[in-house]
Design a protein around this ligand. Structure first.
Ligand code: PMP
Length: 380
């Protein structure tokens, strides 16, 4: 199988696998004061340092969660204050969009959804406009889009939001481990990440909460007060060791990986352009993650193309979280029509992708697209 679905989940890095297995041998509960408990606590501390090093923040600003969905919930539910408005965009992941809708359900008008342009970029003028109109408590904009890889230029967002006293959260799930993030420089108040997008285990993630920001303390999971009260529950020591090891591995190799993966993505797009007539790459060509290519093949429904190349693991343009596909809200928001959205494949590359994978995937895609188009023609 040629695996090009890193935005769904990345293969586990060997360093993360080794750390998870090693941590499974710890017998203590990280909250116990006896020696085995303290060994587990030290393992957690060292993983917290590894994650903090990747983001250039302080270890005390990292709260471990079960993933980015929980981190986004924790961030929005803590930072949104009832009565104030919440600004986000209409291309966010459902973990932000649905949480924002839930939080503002009984306050019509208090949710402001910014639109994106045809390149998938959030309209900064619309943000400025929204900020100028009233009582904004929180701005939540994703660092990189999961379907197109399009990046948000967060620095001006932070400046504009802070100028009116609003907090800033970013869902950086697709950015962490793919491009450098320096939280000493980027002044967001809250940031979500998920280990399995950069080679750590599934079911573990973190929320960065800036120490100097005044974020109201509002845990979602209450109980024994772990994670300084932000997230109760016995710590998932193997998961935490795994995210730490993945963060350390990525930290060592990020610059080299980013450049290599960017070249492979360009090679893929070049190979597709050479062998398939009628295709379009979606999203801004420059402000984009290095490893993502969202490509529309008009007239070739993505589910049929994927079925014709089962050995190539890519993703279609539908947001299909629970088995009920619906056209991608991200592509529709970029002005792509429903039919073309259904004819879109997302290729997402990562640390273990090779040139050979790319050439084979491009060949298989060309073959599958031609086959599907021919069968569609035969039906009409
Ligand atoms: N946000 C974004 C942008 C994502 O891509 C994902 C994963 N698809 C999530 C949040 C949810 O992450 P998790 O799987 O850790 O809950």
């Amino acid at each position: 199988v040629i695996y090009l679905d890193y935005n769904a989940t990345a293969p586990t890095r060997p360093e993360a696998l080794a750390a998870v297995v090693d941590a499974m041998h710890y017998v203590g509960n990280a909250s116990s004061i006896h020696l085995p408990g303290q060994s587990a606590a030290q393992r957690v501390d060292s993983a917290r340092r590894q994650v903090a090093e990747l983001l250039n923040c302080s270890p005390g600003e990292i709260i471990f969660t079960s993933g980015a969905t929980e981190a986004n919930n924790l961030a929005l539910r803590a930072a949104h204050s009832s009565g104030r408005r919440l600004v986000t965009s209409n291309v966010e992941h459902p973990a932000v969009l649905e949480t924002a809708r839930d939080l503002t359900a009984d306050q019509p008008g208090s949710l402001i959804l910014l639109e994106v342009d045809a390149d998938g970029l959030v309209d900064l003028a619309a943000l400025e406009n929204a900020l100028g109109h009233g009582d904004i408590g929180l701005v939540s904009l994703m660092a990189a889009n999961n379907e197109t890889g399009v990046l948000t230029d967060l620095a001006p967002v932070v400046t504009a939001a802070h100028a009116v006293g609003a907090l800033v959260h970013t869902d950086a799930t697709q950015m962490v481990g793919r491009l450098p993030i320096d939280l000493a420089d980027l002044d967001v108040d809250l940031l979500s990440l998920s280990a399995h997008k950069f080679g750590g285990p599934q079911g573990i993630g973190a929320l960065f909460v800036r120490r100097t920001a005044s974020i109201p303390f509002r845990p979602q999971v209450t109980g024994g007060g772990q994670e300084r009260g932000w997230r109760a529950g016995t710590l998932n020591v193997p998961g935490i060791a795994g995210v730490g090891a993945a963060a350390a591995a990525v930290h060592r190799s990020l610059a080299e990986e980013t450049a290599r993966i960017g070249r492979l993505r360009d090679l893929l797009e070049h190979a597709v352009s050479a062998s398939i007539d009628g295709y379009r790459v979606n999203g801004h060509r420059v402000a984009r993650l290095p490893g993502v290519s969202s490509i529309t093949f008009p007239g070739a429904p993505a589910d049929a193309v994927m079925a014709a190349m089962p050995h190539v693991a890519v993703s279609d343009g539908s947001a299909c979280a629970s088995g009920a596909p619906s056209p991608s809200h991200v592509l529709l928001a970029m002005g792509i029509n429903r039919h073309d959205a259904d004819c879109t494949l997302r290729f997402s590359l990562g640390y273990a992708t090779t040139e050979d994978h790319i050439m084979q995937a491009a060949d298989a895609t060309a073959h599958a697209v031609k086959l599907v188009r021919a069968s569609m023609d035969a039906c009409t």
